[in-house]
Design a protein around this ligand. Structure first.
Ligand SMILES: NC(=O)c1ccc[n+]([C@@H]2O[C@H](COP(=O)([O-])OP(=O)(O)OC[C@H]3O[C@@H](n4cnc5c(N)ncnc54)[C@H](OP(=O)(O)O)[C@@H]3O)[C@@H](O)[C@H]2O)c1
Length: 365
């Protein structure tokens, strides 16, 4: 990534109302949050240095989604696109119960409703994930799954087709069907690039080599990666990605919301997240204090610092967003960089915090 470390902090301050000059004669030009050359190469595509995640779009159980949120989500999507964000992560399993597939459907609707902007629509990269359901046992079933996603997304080709998880831990014979499924969808031109998610170091190398032998480049690997999830495994995966030319996409960069500073042991979100946060948040004080210190010093917010850390580690974060307000704030993670001292301070504080995020049960070795 060609981000200049000399970019002055606050240079792109279009979301910092306090810095705007109010003279009616002088309207400062709205500068982009990043320049075209700062886009990140991902397979044959160029994507913004940060994408947005859409797990919450359709998920009632964990994220409290309601259909009345749709117009807010559409505005959130539009704001992101207007500000140059062109990577959106989703999955065919996102959306609970009867809302299964809702996240893809909403994205499809929002993309088609971008008014008269074919060029913008063409630049959007959807990264969707195919669930390794136990009944998807053959490559053609994955191709079918891909076609169903294309249908929900109202697209002819998906940007990145990713395997949502590996079955190596519990159903190794199914794994080959997943891999051949990716090959088939790539060869049929249904996806521009392929990627994986929740693959650990050893499984990542195996699938990379397998796909390479079949003439299919592995373009991305998505793992939980944040100041709450930066163990040896994450470092090893990042090193493998760098060696093999794979982009690392960091999911849950805000620790499901714990790295925003808005939750405390006495102010927890409703539902299952509350149960998880109750165990982790009491041990997060050193990290949250350090995030706050850095944020205040840089005149940024805690989520902006947490997301910027992921960018500085050479990954593409995909924070989840549920509202225009959150999207606006998270866009402020772009256009500046933490210094190496600040990175060290945050990592030291993360190390001092006794609690870490639990890892995805599907994460392999
Ligand atoms: N491959 C996988 O297995 C996998 C697993 C998990 C996630 N993902 C992907 O990664 C994306 C991001 O991860 P995530 O959604 O799990 O967690 P996250 O990005 O760590 O946290 C997102 C949540 O934090 C809160 N939030 C976001 N910005 C905020 C702000 N500026 N101020 C205050 N609160 C804010 C929102 O929830 P509240 O407002 O409700 O607090 C939001 O839904 C997902 O949407 C999904 O696309 C992939």
């Amino acid at each position: 990534m060609a981000f200049s470390s000399s970019t002055p902090a606050g240079y792109f301050s279009c979301f910092n109302a306090s810095k705007e000059i109010s003279s009616p004669l002088f309207k400062p030009p709205k500068l982009p949050l990043f320049w075209p050359w700062e886009k990140v190469k991902l397979g044959p595509m160029s994507v913004s240095p940060m994408g947005f995640g859409t797990w919450a779009w359709g998920n009632q159980f964990l994220w409290g989604y309601q259909e009345s949120m749709d117009s807010q989500l559409q505005q959130t999507f539009n704001l992101a696109v207007e500000n140059g964000i062109n990577l959106f992560d989703t999955a065919d399993s996102y959306g609970t119960g009867r809302l299964n597939g809702k996240s893809e459907k909403l994205l499809g609707k929002f993309i088609t409703e971008i008014q008269g902007q074919k060029r913008v629509q063409d630049e959007i990269v959807i990264a969707t994930k195919f669930a390794a359901y136990p009944w998807r046992l053959t490559p053609s079933q994955f191709v079918k799954a891909c076609m169903a996603s294309l249908d929900r997304l109202q697209m002819e080709q998906i940007g990145i087709g990713q395997l949502h998880w590996s079955t190596a831990n519990y159903a190794p014979p199914q794994e080959l069907a997943l891999w051949d499924g990716l090959v088939a969808m790539y060869e049929k031109g249904l996806v521009r690039a392929v990627g994986v998610s929740n693959y650990g170091p050893s499984q990542l190398v195996k699938i990379h080599d397998y796909l390479k032998a079949r003439g299919v480049p592995l373009s991305s690997a998505q793992v939980q990666f944040s100041l709450l999830s930066m163990g040896e495994k994450q470092v090893e995966i990042k090193n493998i990605c760098d060696t093999l030319g794979i982009r690392l996409i960091s999911y849950s960069p805000l620790g499901l919301g714990m790295l925003t500073g808005k939750y405390t042991p006495s102010k927890l979100p409703r539902g299952p997240r509350g149960l998880l946060f109750r165990q982790i948040l009491p041990g997060l004080e050193p990290l949250l204090i350090s995030l706050k210190e850095v944020a205040q010093k840089r005149r940024k917010t805690i989520p902006q610092v947490a997301i910027n850390w992921c960018i500085c580690k050479g990954t593409i974060p995909i924070p989840g967003v549920k509202s225009v307000k959150q999207a606006k704030e998270n866009l402020g993670a772009l256009g500046w960089r933490l210094s190496s001292d600040e990175l060290l301070q945050l990592e030291y504080a993360a190390g001092e915090s006794p609690q870490k995020m639990i890892q995805n049960i599907f994460q392999t070795r």
